[in-house]
Design a protein around this ligand. Structure first.
Ligand SMILES: Nc1ncnc2c1ncn2[C@@H]1O[C@H](COP(=O)(O)OP(=O)(O)OP(=O)(O)O)[C@@H](O)[C@H]1O
Length: 260
């Protein structure tokens, strides 16, 4: 059974985006419940990542509205959306390779006075205190994603799965209300997959809503009471994974040919 819909933290209506003549996201609407983990599945090229780019502000919408926690963010800059509480991770994480893992997490803090020259000159002690507080928080978050032991290593040493964990840490550093996770299982070995699933559950238990694009159906089944199937830029079907994966039209566009 599809679970009851909760009050939404993120509401999108009629989102549309074309590149050239191709409509990649076509009148897409969704509601992400305030404590939900909602999955988005669909074939390659369905428009899933573009949908995330529209929600996060990386790509401007042609039409539609996006409301986060009651606030219209549809035309806001990406940084403003992060500050409003919307975090996102990428399908292919690109950490700063020469910075340490701790520094990579710290760069995601949203309260960096030190970035302002005026603050750095006029209030150096306050800036230093804030740096210390950010470092302490970043260490707690690294502990949460089990990367503490590597905090002084450059990010270049991390495996694919560890990069995904670092992405989770960076997104948490910005204190989000809702996060968009783009294929957190891609390129992750089975040993780390369990840890990533466990950490996403833990993040969600902190009261953070999760919108999750994933091809890994095990991850979808374990995390998502509800999924949206996207095909050709539209929502084709919506429901519990166990039911949706039995639908002939879903099997037709997506599941046929996938490993069991
Ligand atoms: N900036 C862009 N300019 C032109 N075409 C684009 C752009 N971004 C995406 N597309 C096209 O939009 C379509 C949807 O791409 P998108 O990456 O959103 O799909 P997806 O569902 O995330 O696929 P996958 O599962 O392979 O990641 C593809 O045909 C892609 O080539």
């Amino acid at each position: 059974m599809t679970p009851p819909v909760q009050a939404s933290i993120l509401k999108a209506r009629g989102l549309t985006k074309s590149f050239g003549g191709l409509r990649v996201v076509d009148d897409m609407s969704l509601d992400l419940g305030s404590t939900e983990i909602l999955g988005i599945i669909g074939p390659n090229g369905a428009g899933k990542t573009t949908l995330f780019n529209l929600l996060a502000g990386a790509v401007p919408i042609d039409a539609g509205t996006i409301v986060l926690d009651g606030k219209d963010i549809g035309r806001a800059r990406p940084e403003a959306r992060i500050q409003s509480g919307l975090g996102r991770t990428f399908q292919i994480p690109r950490p700063f390779p020469r910075m340490t893992i701790l520094e990579n997490v710290m760069t995601a803090a949203q309260n960096q006075r030190g970035e302002s020259l005026v603050s750095a000159v006029l209030a150096p002690r306050r800036v230093a205190a804030q740096e210390r507080a950010n470092a302490a928080r970043a260490r707690d978050i690294l502990d949460f994603v089990s990367l503490s032991h590597l905090e002084d290593q450059p990010a270049a040493v991390l495996s694919g799965g560890q990069r995904k964990l670092l992405e989770l840490a960076r997104v948490m550093m910005a204190e989000p209300r809702a996060i968009l996770l783009d294929e957190p299982a891609a390129g992750v070995n089975p040993a780390l997959l369990d840890l990533i699933i466990d950490r996403i559950i833990a993040i969600n238990r902190l009261g953070i809503a999760v919108l999750l694009i994933e091809h890994n159906m095990e991850m979808i089944a374990r995390l998502c009471p509800r999924v949206i199937v996207m095909a050709a830029g539209k929502s084709l079907a919506e429901g519990a994974p166990s039911e949706i994966t039995k639908r002939a039209d879903v099997i037709d566009v997506y599941l046929e040919g996938m490993p069991a």
